[in-house]
Design a protein around this ligand. Structure first.
Ligand SMILES: NC(=O)c1ccc[n+]([C@@H]2O[C@H](COP(=O)([O-])OP(=O)(O)OC[C@H]3O[C@@H](n4cnc5c(N)ncnc54)[C@H](O)[C@@H]3O)[C@@H](O)[C@H]2O)c1
Length: 442
């Protein structure tokens, strides 16, 4: 078996999605030898041809550079991934999806399947690193599963290493993290994890496995709480005539509060916050604690998504037969991810009320076509606004900030704009002729 030199580690990453592919490319970028495995053959085929299966800034450059340098490889099976080119993986990262079930709990069946396969293919001491977002005690279940399938009694450890990258800035976040959290149960596992993360800047927080698992759910739930808090404040601002941006600035300068995640809007979406909040609430109730605060955070977020509908109706009265143009469909800018995007609920409600919906997203359009039916997909923002009774900002893409408003005003039927992301200056928009509404701002 070939060995790596100079502290470099042979790594296999299972799941080549937003987290797995970015982690794999970045770990190769800092010198490790990485094989990314995915059960979707189309994804591996695309990667083999140098085509990125997801849109993520700088990812293509990092992937291509490391493939060329012979540090990054792709494989269809865990067996191949763990023994690729005669190199045995010392660490196997699990980065598969953990989607929500109907009751709010996380579906961990992919993690179980991967754990079985890893157990069957270990030939020497291996650290199995749980990177997907999972409820506390998942590593305990991985350990049990591996033990059950570990016929040759190969020594192993299970470590928890939750990921905090944000889609849109994922490569940067991985290479320049605020912190790296690692939960371990042995010195041997700790030593390997320290070697893996040594070239990455940012403090390494070593904890028990359970604490590391909990850090991820607690962090995402806290951030969701901050967003729902400022959205609730925005509602009070609207009722009192205060300006939520001034309130947020005044709050955020307090170091104990901080300015991040104090931007009012139509609520959070995406593959992480909604499902992690649900899963943490579910887990809390399972262990006998009613974490009511999280339920309220979720309720505020659901209400906030409907803010847009309420504002449109305030302007247009009946929606039957009216045309609504949605600028942006992705759950946030700089990503093509449509999972749990607020636009999905908004479109459903608009159609239910009889409106005709036109939509445009600079990047997620193709993904949007898979989950949004009965809407017209426009070729650009101006085409989207054509003949609209109301134009709505749903995702704050940079290109929307630079739109030629005169051109936009010229193509709409009625000059009404509902800005769900506070992208524009209210005074300037009104001067230009828009009847303009935004979140929590007079
Ligand atoms: N997307 C984010 O911003 C983000 C950030 C931090 C943490 N997370 C967490 O990381 C995990 C992965 O999220 P993601 O966004 O990368 O998901 P994803 O859907 O983009 O990627 C998961 C990949 O795993 C593959 N897969 C599923 N089962 C497999 C199996 N048995 N063997 C091999 N491959 C398999 C899928 O084909 C897919 O390519 C989730 O738990 C998520 O909550 C996501």
């Amino acid at each position: 078996m070939k060995k790596t030199k100079n502290g470099k580690v042979n790594i296999c990453i299972v799941g080549a999605g937003y987290v797995g592919l970015v982690s794999g490319a970045c770990l190769a970028e800092v010198g490790h030898r990485v094989v990314c495995v995915d059960s979707d053959p189309a994804k591996i085929k695309m990667l083999g041809k140098g085509i990125m299966p997801i849109f993520e800034d700088d990812l293509e450059r990092v992937v291509k550079k490391n493939v060329k340098a012979g540090r990054l490889h792709f494989a269809n099976s865990i067996k191949d991934g763990m023994h690729h080119g005669g190199h045995r993986a010392e660490a196997v990262f699990i980065a598969v999806g953990t989607p929500p079930r109907d009751d709010g709990s996380a579906d961990l069946s992919a993690i179980e399947k991967v754990s079985e396969q890893v157990a069957l293919n270990m030939t020497d001491y291996t650290v199995i690193v749980e990177k997907s977002t999972v409820p506390v005690s998942t590593c305990h279940w991985i350990e049990k599963t591996v033990k059950r399938n570990n016929k040759h009694h190969i020594p192993f450890d299970v470590a928890s290493n939750p990921e905090f990258l944000r889609e849109g800035t994922a490569v940067w976040d991985f290479l320049e993290p605020d912190r790296v959290v690692v939960g371990v149960a042995s010195k041997q596992a700790e030593e390997l994890m320290r070697r893996i993360y040594k070239p990455i800047k940012g403090p390494l927080v070593i904890t028990s496995v359970k604490s590391a698992e909990l850090i991820k759910h607690a962090s995402n739930s806290f951030l969701s709480t901050k967003i729902s808090f400022i959205n609730a404040v925005a509602n009070i601002c609207e009722k009192t005539g205060a300006n939520v941006e001034d309130v947020a600035r005044g709050m955020g300068l307090d170091k104990r509060i901080g300015p991040a995640f104090l931007k009012a809007g139509i609520g959070f979406g995406g593959f992480c916050f909604p499902k992690d909040l649900e899963a943490f609430y579910w887990l809390s109730s399972q262990v006998g604690y009613d974490f009511e605060l999280l339920k309220t955070v979720k309720d505020i977020n659901e209400g906030q998504k409907m803010w847009l509908l309420k504002k449109i109706e305030e302007e247009l009265w009946n929606l039957e037969g009216k045309t609504v143009a949605l600028l942006g469909l992705a759950f946030k800018p700089e990503t093509d991810d449509m999972r749990f995007a607020p636009s999905i609920d908004i479109v459903r409600e608009l159609l239910k009320r009889g409106a005709k919906v036109r939509g445009y997203d600079p990047v997620s359009q193709e993904n949007a076509k898979k989950c949004l039916k009965d809407i017209y997909f426009a070729k650009d923002a101006y085409d989207c606004a054509k003949g609209a009774d109301c134009v709505c900002v749903v995702t704050e893409w940079k290109e929307f900030a630079k739109l030629d408003q005169k051109k936009l005003l010229a193509v709409v039927k009625h000059q009404i704009m509902v800005d769900g992301r506070n992208l524009y200056d209210p005074a300037k928009m009104r001067d230009m002729g828009w009847a303009y509404k935004s979140v929590g701002r007079p």
